[in-house]
Design a protein around this ligand. Structure first.
Ligand SMILES: Nc1ncnc2c1ncn2[C@@H]1O[C@H](COP(=O)(O)OP(=O)(O)OP(=O)(O)O)[C@@H](O)[C@H]1O
Length: 158
């Protein structure tokens, strides 16, 4: 029987979460829980501490937006976790698990999502997820340059 092909995505657990190790372990348990909507395999995991220029490079597409300075300030305020997650439909399923960008919207429309439970404000929304295969490759290789995403995908297709 052919197993469904897995996909990679980049997940960030942002600095407000990493200030509390207990919160991180609860979130990791939820990510890896074996049920239909979780069940992610953590392929790589790394603690990151950014300088201002790292945040500006990663979020370059948002330069000029009203929240750009706030976003870079938040992401350089302390260590955060970068994770590479694998499962079938990883991009869609991780974005579904974290919920809408704005935590207040998540609390109304998607109350069991991670941003509903842990997100603080529009900027301090605690999580990130890649939005396409192309973005996932760029973002994964930004944090894990030693991981060749194309090679991983080729291997997965065999
Ligand atoms: N209207 C806003 N006000 C304040 N901060 C914002 C706003 N929109 C986005 N941000 C911040 O910028 C980040 C990147 O914005 P983007 O539009 O790419 O959100 P997203 O794709 O839903 O979230 P993410 O990329 O973090 O998964 C958001 O996660 C949030 O921290």
């Amino acid at each position: 029987m052919l197993l469904p092909r897995r996909q990679l995505t980049l997940a960030l657990l942002k600095p407000d979460l990493c200030a509390n190790p207990n919160t991180i372990s609860k979130i990791i348990s939820r990510i890896t829980a074996t049920n239909q909507h979780n069940n992610f395999e953590i392929i790589r995991q790394r603690e990151i501490l950014w300088r201002q220029q790292d945040a500006e490079a990663f979020y370059a597409e948002h330069r000029g937006r009203f929240f750009f300075e706030r976003l870079c300030g938040y992401m350089t305020s302390g260590p955060f976790m970068a994770l590479v997650l694998a499962r079938q439909d990883a991009i869609k399923e991780w974005r579904a698990l974290i919920g809408p960008t704005h935590p207040w919207r998540a609390r109304i429309n998607a109350p069991n999502t991670l941003r509903s439970l842990y997100g603080l404000t529009d900027t301090r929304n605690s999580f990130h997820g890649s939005d396409s295969d192309e973005t996932a490759k760029r973002e994964i290789e930004f944090f894990f340059p030693e991981l060749d995403v194309d090679a991983w995908r080729r291997q997965e297709e065999k």
